[in-house]
Design a protein around this ligand. Structure first.
Ligand SMILES: Nc1ncnc2c1ncn2[C@@H]1O[C@H](COP(=O)(O)OP(=O)(O)O)[C@@H](O)[C@H]1O
Ligand SMILES: Cc1ncc(COP(=O)(O)O)c(C=O)c1O
Ligand SMILES: [Mg+2]
Length: 290
């Protein structure tokens, strides 16, 4: 029987609704991965409500919890680490310490870094020191990175001018260390208004994917976290990078369709669970080059 992969997911937890681990853990489990959630913050709700209660985890707890798993002899089972929303740069450094420890226990373990940065217009609040940490430290260590356009622009220090420019920017990020860059959401002048676009860039090639843009009265949150979680989960389950990319786009689209049909602001993950596991839609990743 094929072994079930194990994945350490280090990101935020919200008590109500879905963002960070609260958006990614259940879908990753639903597609067949054993998830070890390590919550960097525990907030009442995601920050785009404009107010929240809760606390940031003390950074030293991250390597301490990883060491606790090592102490019971289970750390070698860890096939991958996922990191997302960070409460502080110190937490980011603690994650890198944890990743280094896991790579000793399992040299094949992958590290996917979703470089969640502030999005002031959307009310996503992240400390500025976190952005600097992601640019200068995390990119060098990550095997996979999943920025959105704003995050890709930040890495590049400028705004993308075209689709080919987005591709060049993702390639530049690839040179900083990751083996693959998944741009979860493209924005550039001239992008067709009715489409939601993504990009996958690896050493072997680049692929562009389009799915329909859905209308929401308020944009749902946690879509990025769902995207990076499912992408990593499918890679661990044996998909190629391109197959994982296509699966992720389809499964996320299914969740958004369910969310839209329910007129819900929070992602309808429970209702969409069968659609996550077996998406009915399919979007093709089309090779592109500069
Ligand atoms: N098919 C879609 N139609 C409409 N909106 C979408 C679709 N897919 C994702 N979104 C929205 O697009 C935005 C993507 O945000 P972005 O900042 O690029 O990534 P992240 O989710 O990581 O913050 C989110 O607000 C999400 O709700
Ligand atoms: C606590 C928390 N975690 C994670 C996120 C990231 O969510 P998204 O997947 O939309 O980037 C947010 C966004 O506001 C948040 O408030
Ligand atoms: Mg995000």
């Amino acid at each position: 029987m094929k072994r079930t992969p194990h994945l350490l997911a280090i990101q935020s937890h919200v008590v109500f609704g879905h963002a960070g681990n609260s958006a990614a853990v259940f879908p990753m489990q639903r597609v067949g991965v054993n998830v070890w959630p390590l919550n960097t913050v525990q907030f009442s709700n995601h920050t785009q409500y404009g107010q929240w209660a809760g606390e940031v985890l003390a950074p030293q707890q991250i390597p301490a919890l990883v060491e606790g798993i090592a102490a019971i002899g289970e750390l070698g089972q860890c096939d991958a680490v996922l990191s997302g929303y960070l409460g502080s740069a110190a937490q980011g450094r603690a994650i890198l310490t944890g990743v280094a420890r896991i790579k000793v226990a399992n040299p094949k373990a992958l590290y996917l870094c979703d470089p969640v940065m502030g999005h002031p217009e959307k009310g996503c609040i992240v400390a500025p020191e976190v952005s600097t940490f992601l640019l200068e430290e995390a990119a060098a260590v990550a095997d996979l990175m999943c920025p959105n356009q704003l995050e890709l622009d930040s890495f590049s220090g400028r705004k993308a001018q075209s689709l080919l420019d987005c591709l060049a920017m993702a390639r530049a990020l690839l040179i900083r260390g990751p083996k693959a860059v998944l741009v979860k959401h493209l924005a550039y002048p001239g992008k067709p208004e009715d489409s939601f676009e993504m990009l996958l860039v690896t050493a072997d090639g680049s692929w562009h994917l389009r799915r329909p843009l859905l209308a929401f009265p308020r944009q749902p949150v946690g879509v990025g976290d769902l995207t990076s979680g499912l992408f990593l989960a499918r890679i661990l389950l044996g998909d190629s990078l391109v197959a994982a990319f296509e699966f992720t786009a389809a499964a996320v689209h299914e969740v958004l369709l369910e969310t839209q049909a329910c007129a819900s602001y929070e992602l309808e993950l429970v209702r969409a669970q069968d659609r996550i596991a077996h998406p009915r839609v399919r979007f093709e990743a089309v090779p592109i080059s500069l």
